[in-house]
Design a protein around this ligand. Structure first.
Ligand code: KIV
Ligand code: ZN
Length: 521
């Protein structure tokens, strides 16, 4: 098994995605997470391109210790100097010089002859080697360059001292076979090629970036370049998480591995998505919200019997919690019953059958059936709790300021004993403080699973409705509260949930629990 190095260019080629602009601190945050992920090189930016990019490369160079930090540079002295200035403090710096080699770029963009390009790259690589021990040279648009000329380019870059030679399919034009063939030919025809690291860099214009990268690995490259979530110019770059998981999942086929800590993939993907504002599509391989979600009844039944029936990767392997069975119109009885029992309902086969028909009707009208919907379904069927008001809100008072800790005081009345119970608590926010104060009065720990705030009517004096989903000891209930004030609605929803919980448990709060609140009689 050989190791393929991962060169991450999320902060450079990825940042070239239209509309993405990362600040220095955001780049450092992503770079530190990439280090956790275990990538071997981080291309932090293009130092000469702007003062902001210079600063970012510098900050990443200072902060990252476990990976090589790279700055992109055109094949000109002033860019190389800027790259070196920014990289000075890196433990392992690398200057990445690029120069286009294809006939189209030579003729229309550079207006340079083949010989001029060879001369230019030779000078630039030699100049960069004066500053850093590691220089990468990229033949931009290698994918559309004549193979004979590409061999001359490689030979010249090696002679000038390049350590890594990268042959990008800059415009995502090649097929996997064609891309692999470039590396096969270079290896056969270029003297001294075994002294350098060969690198692949693919774009996704025809949706083949990952396939091309894997083909290059099969052709023997030692390094692959890509971005998290596949972001980048136009249709993006090869998605690192897809390449890494293909190698891991098909280990015996590829006989190659990366040094990645796969469990960090989900976290890294979320961070990049959050900071770049580039939404990850639900069906995106490895990191999309649906990558481990199953909706069809046949699939759900299979997954519940054995995960390997419909999943080739365990979600935990890439840092997700678990597979998700989405209840919708294609779902079957097995998953339906399973989800009901996860909500704490112990139902007979007959009861499940009665509910299932109603569930299918609902699923025809609604894309996804949530836990709240299931609870409503059960309650509607068996007329369950209009929660008998064990606790009722008397008043709630809040102290809030954006410079102080939110504090809530409130009083509940126990409808059975007539006792009045008062408590106060601080929280991360006003609703959190309210929920904590209620927990204190009740004297119990309840897990708040979800909280939704919706406006029921329009306008400034709109009625606000709060829904909470809470769970305790395997029982999940929903609480609802309405008020013109959203915080009061929150308090009412939480108390409603507590009342339902007590009712579902079929017990009254113990005297001991009641004592924990301050009774005002
Ligand atoms: O796609 C490309 O050619 C590049 C080079 C600058 C390496 O990103
Ligand atoms: Zn690129």
């Amino acid at each position: 098994m050989r190791t393929v190095q991962i060169f991450d260019t999320t902060l450079r080629d990825g940042e070239q995605s239209p509309g993405v602009n990362l600040s220095t601190s955001e780049k450092v945050e992503i770079a530190l997470q990439l280090e956790e992920l275990g990538v071997n090189s981080i291309e932090a930016g293009f130092a000469a391109s702007s003062p902001g990019d210079f600063q970012s490369v510098q900050a990443v160079a200072k902060n990252v210790k476990g990976a090589t930090v790279v700055s992109l540079s055109r094949s000109v002295e002033k860019d190389i100097e800027a790259a070196w200035e920014a990289l000075k403090e890196a433990e392992s710096p690398c200057i990445h010089i690029f120069l286009a080699t294809s006939p189209i770029h030579r003729k229309y963009k550079l207006r340079m002859s083949k010989e001029e390009i060879l001369e230019n790259l030779d000078q630039a690589v030699r100049y960069a080697k004066r500053f850093v021990p590691k220089v990468e040279f990229s033949a931009e648009d290698a994918g559309r360059t004549e193979i004979d000329y590409l061999c001359q380019v490689a030979e010249r870059a090696i002679a000038a001292g390049a350590d890594v030679l990268n042959f990008p399919d800059t415009v995502g034009y090649l097929t996997p076979e064609e891309y692999a063939d470039i590396f096969i030919q270079l290896r056969q025809r270029v003297p001294g090629i075994e002294k350098v690291i060969l690198s692949a860099h693919c774009h996704n214009d025809l949706g083949m970036a990952v396939a091309n990268t894997l083909a290059a690995i099969q052709a023997g490259v030692e390094q692959v370049e890509g971005t998290i979530n596949g972001i980048g110019e136009r249709a993006g770059n090869a998605a690192i998480e897809e390449v890494a998981m293909a190698l891991k999942t098909r280990e015996s086929y590829y006989q190659a591995a990366t040094t990645l800590n796969h469990r960090e993939i989900a976290r890294t993907s979320r961070l990049v998505s959050k900071l770049t504002g580039m939404f990850v599509p639900g069906n995106k391989a490895i990191v999309g919200a649906n990558a481990f979600a199953h909706e069809s009844g046949i699939h759900q039944d299979g997954i519940l019997k054995h995960q390997s029936t419909y999943e080739i990767i365990r979600p935990e392997t890439v840092g997700f919690e678990k597979s998700r069975l989405v209840l919708g119109k294609h779902s079957g009885r097995h998953a339906f019953r399973d989800q009901l029992s996860a909500l704490g309902y112990r139902l007979t086969d007959e009861q499940v059958n009665q509910l299932f028909a109603r569930f299918k009707e609902m699923a025809d009208r609604k894309k996804e059936i949530t836990d709240q919907d299931l609870i409503a379904l059960v309650e509607e069927k068996w007329g369950e709790p209009k929660a008998e008001e064990l606790y009722a809100l008397e008043w709630v008072q809040l102290s809030y300021g954006n410079q102080s800790v939110p504090t809530a005081s409130l009083r509940l009345r126990n409808a059975q004993t007539g006792e009045r119970l008062e408590e106060a608590a601080c929280g991360n926010g006003s609703l959190d403080a309210i929920f904590k104060a209620i927990d204190r009065i009740i004297g119990e720990e309840v897990e708040l699973v979800d909280c939704k705030i919706v406006s029921v009517t329009r306008g400034k004096d709109a009625l606000g409705e709060v829904y909470v989903l809470m769970s305790q000891g395997g029982i999940t209930v929903q609480g609802r509260g309405v008020s013109t004030d959203i915080l009061e609605a929150g308090a009412r929803a939480y108390i409603d949930g507590i009342n339902r919980l007590v009712q579902r448990r079929g017990e009254k709060p113990s005297a001991e629990k009641e004592k924990m609140g301050v009774s005002l009689g």
